[in-house]
Design a protein around this ligand. Structure first.
Ligand code: NAD
Length: 343
């Protein structure tokens, strides 16, 4: 049986991961889970990368990490555990899918405007190198690194993914009108790669204009590729379009290791209450099953999830307020009771 590494994470991580693994168990997904020690709690034990050497070795052997959200330790000079993991294994493309889900009402679903946007965010470079310092007591400086090979690998991935998705359009969002050299290089690579994909409509948009267009005409976008920081911000905007962070799955794709996780963080404000929405992590898990070729399991679980949402069953972060919310465990149970149903 295929083995994968699992890290439950911090905050709401263990609650939503337990819910998702229970659904996988009930669905008889043919996977074996090897729990690895990564997270803020590992950092607190003195491991400054937030992971033990054994965890690192296990992940490198198994090639797949399914993870809950992880808290970023506070303090200057301390690196984010998530950023460290993405860099350690060169997971250069962060794909985030935002789709209209029946039963999850938004202004767009009520207006009959369907949304199906995939954001591909460069995952390694940009300002996420953490190269920043004070040059005087009053002046802070940060370095932004954009490279041709780094841009090339994520943009090529985005085009290949867009072709597989049968996308109508692939858009590069940037701020090359102001950051002419860094964003200019990213855009130049995009236009270069586009020449090899004449079947795809490739265009570009300035990122602030993109934000305005996303909230007015989200159905005109399909695949959007961006640099790291802009991609991070635009992703949360897109999550808002389809009902919130509780519905936004993601995958960090590298050539050797892939990490599947929700877009959202540890939600400290609701942690420990068993009320978090596990849908984003479940959708990330369904994406992981498809990546592993476990299509039947993926489809069965996805159908049960969609059927459950259509029935109006919901956690407290969304949904019809006249139908009382269920907790995380009850939401997972509702999904397993709907195995075999079609949305
Ligand atoms: P957050 O995503 O944790 O929370 C933002 C808001 O969304 C909160 O109100 C929260 O309650 C809500 N929310 C998020 N997920 C939800 C869910 N599944 N169900 C219901 N409501 C949900 O963002 P934050 O508060 O800015 O970050 C908290 C911590 O998480 C920080 O330490 C941050 O660095 C970390 N973080 C980790 C990841 C990751 O592990 N990939 C991603 C983002 C943030």
């Amino acid at each position: 049986m295929r083995r994968i590494a699992v890290a439950k994470g911090d905050g709401i991580g263990p609650e939503i991961m337990d819910a998702v693994l229970k659904i996988f168990y009930e669905a008889k997904v043919p996977l074996e889970y090897v729990t690895v020690d990564i997270g803020k709690w590992v950092f607190d034990k003195g491991f400054n990368t937030g992971m033990t050497p054994e965890a690192r070795q296990t992940i490198e052997t198994l090639g797949i990490l399914f993870k809950g959200p992880m808290e970023t330790p506070k303090g200057k000079g301390v690196k984010s555990i998530n950023v460290t993991a993405r860099k350690t294994w060169n997971t250069y493309a962060n794909t985030r899918t935002f789709q209209t889900l029946h039963g999850v009402d938004t202004v767009f679903s009520k207006a009959g405007i369907p949304i199906d946007i995939t954001v591909v965010r460069e995952n390694i470079e940009d300002t996420y190198g953490g190269i920043e310092h004070m040059i005087t007591n009053d002046v802070a400086i940060s370095r932004r690194i954009i490279t041709r090979p780094g841009s090339m690998q994520v943009i090529k991935y985005a085009f290949e993914m867009a072709r597989k998705k049968k996308a109508r359009r692939i858009t590069c969002a940037h701020k090359a009108n102001i950051m002419k050299i860094t964003d200019g290089l990213f855009l130049e690579v995009f236009q270069e790669v586009a020449k090899d994909y004449p079947d795809l409509k490739a265009d570009d948009v300035i990122v602030d204009d993109l934000c305005m267009k996303l909230v007015t005409k989200p159905d005109t976008f399909d695949v959007i590729v961006l640099t790291n920081l802009q991609g991070d911000i635009v992703s949360d905007l897109c999550a808002g379009l389809i009902g919130g962070l509780g519905f936004a799955p993601s995958a960090n794709i590298g050539d050797h290791i892939c990490i599947f996780e929700a877009v959202h963080g540890t939600a400290p404000d609701i942690a420990g209450k068993n009320i978090a929405n596990p849908t984003a992590l479940l959708l990330s898990g369904i994406g992981m099953l498809r990546h592993l070729g476990l299509m039947e399991s993926a489809t069965m679980i996805e159908n049960a999830l969609l059927y459950t949402l259509e029935q109006g069953v919901h956690t407290g972060d969304f949904g019809n307020k006249s139908i009382s919310a269920v907790n995380t465990t009850q939401f997972a149970e509702a999904i397993t009771s709907n195995f075999g149903k079609q949305p």
